[in-house]
Design a protein around this ligand. Structure first.
Ligand code: ARG
Length: 257
């Protein structure tokens, strides 16, 4: 049993509802947008591999026709034409957005709500945007990461119209276990965030990538937004699927789609 059973699954469901009602400009009465939580707006084209999925999750283009997202964002594996992927824009209301339907979903084999939080969504047509390569070793599981998404900008907050981004530092498994105990699956999950809180991914960011620059200066995906206790709380870092652990499984699964 997870220590915080509610922290994870509620979110995708909540995000669907929020996404349906809250993609509107922020009113000027609100504080400056703090994205993701504690971030800033991404520039158009800054993260061209970012995808918004219609169930209220994020994702990244693994290939131009396959989106890598979280297992908890999808309901299982098989033919599925119910998901719309929106790409090519930071503003979800931009009429220039590319919108493509799903044809199939592949949820991580053995996914049961603990660890293994990855899934692939096959699209009906390729999206003409750069893809995001995934980490195939643990070499980049350290340092400072970038996260981005259209999810809530504060705990319990609305989904966002504009893509937000933030930077979060790596948190060791040992330190993350101090927060989450046995809920953390250290071989399959990676934590990131500030001890003081304030910056984090949040509801609706799930499935989106956590990434950094590799030694050649290219973006490489090291995580998938998965779960956390609340958002941006002190001493509760965000928990991300450790992409390097699943890189070969993801590659072979993608080859079957
Ligand atoms: N499970 C959430 C979702 O479905 C993501 C939660 C991330 N939480 C965090 N504190 N980093 O959108």
């Amino acid at each position: 049993m997870r220590k915080f059973p509610g922290a994870r699954r509620l979110i995708a469901t909540g995000a669907v509802l929020l996404a349906a009602v809250s993609l509107q400009p922020l009113s000027s009465a609100q504080a400056a947008p703090s994205p993701v939580v504690g971030g800033t707006r991404a520039a158009q084209g800054e993260f061209p591999f970012m995808v918004r999925l219609s169930m209220g999750c994020g994702g990244a283009l693994y290939t131009q026709q396959i989106v890598l997202t979280a297992a908890h964002c999808v309901s299982g594996s098989g033919a599925n034409t119910s998901i719309t992927a929106t790409a090519g824009v930071v503003d979800l209301q931009n009429s220039a957005a590319t919108k493509v339907r799903s044809t199939r979903v592949l949820q991580a084999p053995g996914y049961n709500g603990t660890g293994k939080d990855w899934a692939l969504v096959k699209l009906a047509a390729p999206i003409n945007q750069p893809t995001l390569k995934i980490a195939t070793s643990t070499a980049y599981n350290s340092g400072t990461f970038t996260v981005a998404g259209w999810g809530a900008a504060r705990e319990g907050g609305a989904q966002q119209r504009y893509l937000l981004k933030a930077s979060v530092p790596f948190v060791s498994d040992a330190s993350c276990q101090q927060s989450y105990g046995s809920s953390l699956v250290p071989g399959e999950e990676l934590c990131a965030g500030y001890q003081a809180g304030g910056t984090d991914t949040c509801q609706g960011d799930s499935g989106g990538p956590m990434f950094r620059r590799d030694n050649a200066g290219a973006w490489v995906q090291v995580g998938i937004v998965s779960w956390g206790q609340g958002c941006a709380r002190p001493n509760y870092p965000g928990v991300y699927t450790e992409v390097s652990t699943f890189a070969s499984q993801i590659a072979s699964a993608a080859a079957t789609l």
